[in-house]
Write a new protein. Structure first.
Length: 132
């Protein structure tokens, strides 16, 4: 839910990504998201180097995907729709007939990747817990 909230913020304010990336940690909303993300990872059971690495992976994925997906807003999904048509691959054609379809498949892709990452982090935490 937190990652989706961040994505919605990026969609509404696409230039905020650069501000967050170059913030030295004093931007309160960024700190709130970061601290909550760290808490969630700790709730998984991550600690030490694993906690830091997993946080960096999540931050990089969320920030990178948000900047990639929403830079150029409000025309970003139309640009992506046209680019998909140039692939000349039926499956991409099927999902790029409209910007609404492109938006939906983009969000579905984000959800798929986010869930896979979080599942892997949980596996990592469980493995560490079992080996103790």
């Amino acid at each position: 839910a937190q990652a989706k909230a961040l994505r919605h913020m990026f969609e509404k304010h696409p230039d905020i990504g650069l501000a967050m990336m170059y913030s030295e940690g004093s931007w309160m909303n960024g700190l709130i998201f970061s601290r909550r993300g760290i808490e969630i990872l700790k709730e998984f059971g991550l600690q030490g180097d694993d906690l830091v690495r997993c946080y960096q992976a999540i931050e990089g994925f969320i920030m990178g995907s948000c900047v990639h997906d929403f830079a150029g807003s409000p025309h970003n999904m139309e640009v992506r729709r046209v680019r998909c048509r140039y692939f000349e691959v039926r499956e991409f054609d099927d999902h790029s007939r409209s910007t609404a379809e492109v938006r939906q498949i983009t969000e579905d892709g984000f959800d798929l990747a986010m869930n896979a990452i979080l599942d892997r982090f949980e596996e990592l935490a469980l493995k560490k817990t079992r080996s103790k």
